[in-house]
Design a protein around this ligand. Structure first.
Ligand code: ADP
Ligand code: MG
Length: 698
């Protein structure tokens, strides 16, 4: 159970640990003032635990190549440390301080907060970059927040990341695949750029193993001839938080639906507990939207609930104004209920939360290299995550955490830590990224945690069949290099490039833009019939991809009207993004010397281009299946068409899909009917040994 410092007892002493070999100093944690006005924001800043460590942090960064900072969520690491660095001069002379995050929403939210604290306009001194969205001003931006994936991409143009003076790799405990690759590459860069400083920060981390990873024994320690060379022994600083006690409650009996249990728990907290906001952890947009609706309906049914509840969803893809609502102070007499994915676990801190409801689940990526199937699965979280979630209740005063599972389950079933994403992901994207950075021996790469060799082999196989790698596992020219340059999944990138051959780039970049959104539909809960009717207006017999073209056309014809989107159950925010991404992809194609061409009504060209990217995801309908069961061609995995697809219940004999999600079954999302001959045309070597299968009679 979580142990927190209690107000009224003596605060745990700050501690500074150093590597035993370093023999390094102890810096006392003393408060220091940055000496600016007395605005409330400034006072809020000074109250954050990390503020007392300002001098210590600056000292360590000055003197060590790498500093590892561990501190409880909400202690101010992300928002404050970049500002400390800027105040200390690390952004002088045109240099930039970078802070990476695994999640896009966190990048946007945190940069907005820092700009506000500094009293500057976002995109000027403080900016951010996420895929397809660059809100920085070169020459002016001093602090830049970005996803770890974007920083990796920047290495393609500037392998040594020369514009950065300090790179803070934040949320390192999440062990996202891009974070791990980034850590491996930054270690290499450090050898070439001794002046570069790294900060690895996280909520909980095996600091010692991270320190060992960065302790480069090959490097000349304390080079006497070079005063400016920092100590290569990483420093470790732990920031003591000031969390309050959180009482943990477990279910006595397991529940059958965490969604219903979450809704009931929120309503009962609202009934029985004193004021204080509620934070609920569910898994994704679907169950979050459902919960928001159920709570609102229930609140209307019961007079006692009817006033006072302000229910807000929190997941990636929210618009700016929805994000602002989350952080806005709770109106008087109201109780805010935020229903979130695990983004609120450590990336974002909501002040005012006193009650946490933890479903015990999150959406996680899983990959099986044998079947080559990667999907998002709603899976149990780890004990470490459960503790983090509980901790969110103790921000402002003692809180309560309601776990929607039994204590026995927590003790016996939940794993201690989550598995790094690297070890449960398809590595196609990572391999191509490393190859494009000139790292040829990928198995020999210095990973913080090695990926499974089978996953690596699968990735090489797929990239070879896509024509991205040649027989020596080198990037092909131009296809391989171009695929690497397009900031999308390699299968989508290959589809885009093939569209040049099939003369349908105009259409394909629209499809590519839609596929890179989570969904362009709004939630249909409670209005299923109206929703299905709306969808029918756009539905194409070919499947979802062509349907998206119809939606896009309608959106443009409506003059990009939000009203039109509302009427058709289409997410306006997502459509605006699609227009934007389409524009950027069109520029990219021009750079490759390709012009936009339309296939007009010849959807066969278009579908062949899609198959050229997605041939590996092909399936056929089981001849005797009553329930629409398909099997993947490559590994005979059982899969089904997702109910959100326009081909649901249509069940064409042959289909390809874009991605899989799994709940009770494996469901294909974004499905298109194909002619099996196109598979052999697209990837002869890939399907050769499967040829007999392809002509099986149905
Ligand atoms: P850490 O990185 O250590 O988890 P942060 O720097 O993210 O901590 O948060 C420090 C404080 O800043 C928290 O109290 C948090 O509520 C506040 N904060 C962060 N982002 C925002 C925002 N967008 N709006 C309002 N407050 C914010
Ligand atoms: Mg943070």
């Amino acid at each position: 159970m979580s142990k927190f410092w209690k107000p009224g007892t003596e605060r745990p002493r700050s501690s500074l640990i150093d590597d035993e070999e370093g023999g390094v100093l102890f810096v006392s944690a003393s408060a220091s003032s940055s000496g600016f006005g007395y605005s409330t924001l400034e006072r809020q800043r000074q109250r954050l635990p990390v503020f007392k460590y300002r001098t210590a942090i600056l000292y360590l960064v000055e003197n060590h190549a790498t500093t590892i900072i561990v501190g409880e969520t909400g202690s101010g690491k992300t928002t404050q440390i970049p500002q400390f660095l800027k105040e200390a001069g690390w952004a002088e002379g045109g240099r930039i301080i970078a802070c990476t995050q695994p999640r896009r929403l966190a990048v946007q939210s945190v940069s907005a907060r820092v700009a506000e604290e500094m009293g500057v306009k976002l995109g000027e001194e403080v900016g951010y970059t996420i895929r397809f969205e660059d809100v920085t001003n070169p020459g002016v931006t001093m602090i830049k927040f970005l996803t770890d994936g974007v920083l990796l991409r920047e290495m393609m143009d500037d392998p040594l990341l020369t514009k950065y003076s300090v790179i803070m790799v934040d949320e390192a405990h999440e062990r996202s695949i891009s974070t791990d690759i980034l850590l491996g590459l930054l270690k290499k860069i450090q050898r070439r750029r001794p002046e570069l400083r790294l900060i690895i920060s996280s909520a909980t981390i095996e600091a010692r193993s991270m320190s060992n990873f960065f302790h480069d024994r090959k490097r000349n320690q304390g080079d006497a001839a070079n005063d400016s060379a920092p100590n290569t022994v990483p420093a470790i600083l732990s920031v003591e938080g000031k969390g309050f006690t959180v009482e943990i409650y477990y279910l006595e009996e397991p529940c059958s639906s965490y969604l219903q249990a979450a809704v009931d728990t929120v309503l009962s907290i609202h009934d029985k507990e004193p004021v204080g906001d509620i934070l609920v952890f569910l898994t994704g947009q679907d169950d979050i939207d459902a919960a928001v609706q159920l709570i609102n309906e229930n609140a209307q049914d019961h007079r006692s609930h009817s006033s006072g509840l302000l229910v807000l969803p929190l997941y990636s893809g929210l618009s700016r104004s929805d994000q602002d609502l989350i952080f806005a102070p709770t109106p008087k007499g109201k109780r805010k209920v935020v229903i979130s994915t695990n983004i609120a676990e450590t990336s974002l801190t909501l002040d005012g939360v006193v009650y946490v409801v933890d479903s015990g689940f999150s959406k996680q990526r899983f990959y099986n290299p044998i079947t080559d199937i990667e999907n998002l699965v709603v899976a149990p979280i780890s004990k470490a995550s459960a503790r983090q979630r509980a901790g969110r209740a103790g921000r402002v005063r003692p809180g309560k955490c309601f776990r929607l599972y039994t204590e026995e389950y927590f003790m016996k079933e939940m794993s201690a830590e989550a598995i790094p994403e690297m070890q449960r992901s398809n590595l196609v994207g990572s391999v191509i990224q490393l190859k494009s950075l000139g790292i040829d021996n990928i198995l020999g790469f210095d990973w913080p945690a090695s990926p499974p060799p089978e996953s690596m082999v699968r990735a090489l196989e797929v990239l070879y069949s896509l024509g991205v790698l040649d027989e020596d596992a080198k990037l092909t020219s131009p296809t391989g290099f171009q695929v690497a340059e397009i900031p999308l999944d390699p299968m989508i990138s290959k589809m885009i490039l093939s569209a040049n051959t099939y003369e349908c780039t105009e259409e394909i970049i629209i499809i590519a833009a839609v596929l890179s959104m989570q969904s362009i539909w709004v939630s249909a809960r409670g209005v299923q019939k109206e929703f299905d009717e709306a969808k029918l207006r756009f539905a194409a017999a070919e499947g979802d991809h062509v349907t998206y073209l119809n939606v896009y056309k309608g959106f443009i014809q409506s003059g990009k009207s939000s009203q039109w989107c509302y009427k058709n159950y289409i997410n306006y925010h997502a459509m605006k993004k699609v227009v934007d991404i389409r524009e950027q992809l069109s520029k990219l194609l021009k750079r490759f010397g390709m012009s936009l061409k339309s296939c007009e009504r010849d959807t066969q060209k278009l579908r062949k281009a899609i198959v050229a990217g997605f041939f590996a995801n092909s399936c056929h309908l089981e001849a005797y299946s009553q329930n629409g069961m398909y099997k993947t061609i490559r590994h005979s995995q059982e899969v089904f068409i997702h109910p959100s697809s326009v081909l649901f219940r249509v069940n064409p004999k042959w289909v390809i899909y874009h991605s899989l999600v799994s709940t009770d079954k494996h469901y294909m999302r974004n499905v298109m009917a194909i002619d099996p001959d196109w598979l052999i045309e697209a990837a002869p070597h890939f399907y050769q040994h499967k040829r007999p299968n392809l002509s099986a009679p149905f």
